[in-house]
Design a protein around this ligand. Structure first.
Ligand code: NIG
Ligand code: FE
Length: 407
């Protein structure tokens, strides 16, 4: 296959490959007047333009900054219905947890999702995934979790599988909220029926559990994740969103890929994450949309943890359709530096998904990269509202922006 040499790169910016913790999250390589050689969807060479190897095909990018494609390690992009009434009620003072306890919130999205076909779910999710990709996300995790019943859970994962032909998606089975009655039987059926089937059919790479007062206890979460692990699935948790129940400690003990949210985490959870390889994923869209305290991202980085950032795109707690904006908000709301935020959205987000082949612009990595509208990469973290991303390249190929916008 022909190699393409991309030139006209004012700054070629990359973190080191692999998960980065603590201070290393700030250590980006910024090469000026650079070039990138791509072959067979992978980076073959990256360095100064003056030292670039020759290539049959050359493409001048026009003097802009190039950064790795962003990786969104946490979305609930497949859903039906809307949460506009919840939004209005919350703004008027009803809390997210109260709405959920009354049978609304996540439970209302479950009812709407249960009524949708696989084709409808895929059609609803497609423009959301386009929006995420246009914002710079070249790999996107997608969770199930709005299935009242196992059939709906599988339909959600099948819709994600169908969309996997158009986007680089990583599907996760999310065990989100228990039924109001018969929760012990439900947990048993999840472990003995849903998880084995999903694992057997390769419908998900990982299992995730919402560990929270209005959802699953630590003991139930452990049971479910141990079953997932026994069936070869990686594990993730939603924990410490509202209450510090012990989900973070469980994630570290189980060697989960990531534990996400952490808005209620304190020094003990920061210390546990700093001492473990589990990635701490923070979700600034939730802080903005629900007005929750921010996760202690600054303390996590300073303590030496591996921190990632995700959009948590979902209709209830984070209608954030932009991975670039999640990065910019992580700087404003979570106190990360622009360099830390870029590392959090690239190599560390890849680690939160168990992926080691992307997130850094180094030889051998997937050629997933972004050109910006600016010659200075920091515009990616600086810009709010407009899209600082000019071009999205996946496997070395330019992806054309979509004209559709999500509903
Ligand atoms: O990550 N908190 C639990 N789950 C999702 C929200 C889902 C919803 O509100 O629909 C989250 O915030
Ligand atoms: Fe979530």
């Amino acid at each position: 296959m022909t190699a393409t040499l991309y030139t006209g790169i004012s700054q070629l910016v990359t973190p080191r490959p692999g998960p980065q913790r603590g201070r290393a999250m700030r250590e980006l390589s910024v090469l000026t007047d650079a070039a990138l050689l791509v072959c067979d969807g992978r980076i073959r060479w990256a360095g100064r333009r003056a030292e670039a190897p020759r290539a049959a095909d050359e493409h001048d990018l026009g003097g802009v900054a190039v950064v790795p494609g962003l990786i969104d390690p946490h979305t609930h992009a497949v859903w039906a219905g809307d949460r506009l009434a919840d939004f209005e009620a919350r703004v008027e003072g009803v809390s997210y947890e109260e709405i959920l306890a009354r049978g609304g919130g996540i439970r209302s999205t479950m009812r709407a999702t249960a009524a949708a076909s696989e084709e409808e779910l895929a059609a609803l999710a497609r423009p959301r995934l386009h929006a995420l990709r246009d914002s710079g996300a070249t790999t996107i995790e997608v969770k199930s979790g709005y299935g009242l019943d196992f059939g709906t859970e599988r339909r959600m994962l099948e819709a994600a599988r169908e969309l996997g032909a158009e986007f680089a998606l990583l599907p996760t089975l999310l065990i989100h909220v228990p039924p109001r009655e018969g929760r012990a039987e439900y947990v048993r059926a999840v472990c003995e029926d849903l998880i084995p089937g999903v694992a057997r059919e390769g419908l998900a790479q990982a299992a995730d559990v919402f560990c929270e007062r209005e959802a699953f206890s630590v003991a139930e979460t452990r049971t479910i994740l141990e079953a997932a692990r026994a069936h070869g699935l990686a594990t993730k948790l939603h924990a410490d969103q509202f209450h510090t129940l012990g989900g973070v400690e469980l994630a570290c003990e189980l060697g989960a890929l990531s534990v996400d949210h952490l808005e209620a985490s304190g020094p003990a959870q920061v210390a546990a994450l700093a001492a473990s390889s589990t990635v701490a994923t923070v979700l600034p869209g939730v802080t903005l949309h629900l007005g929750l305290p921010t996760a202690p991202a600054r303390a996590l980085v300073d303590g030496g943890a591996c921190v990632a950032v995700g959009t948590d795109l979902n209709p209830g707690s984070s209608p954030l359709f932009s991975a670039g904006l999640a990065l910019a908000l992580a700087v404003r709301l979570c106190g990360l530096t622009p360099a830390e935020a870029l590392t959090a959205c690239t190599v560390n987000a890849a680690a939160a998904l168990g992926l080691g082949d992307r997130g850094a612009l180094v030889p051998g990595a997937r050629a997933d990269f972004l050109t910006l509208h600016s010659a200075d990469w920091r515009d990616l973290a600086y810009t709010l509202g407009a899209n600082p991303v000019r071009g999205v390249y996946v496997g070395g190929h330019p992806i054309h922006p979509s004209k559709e916008t999500p509903p």
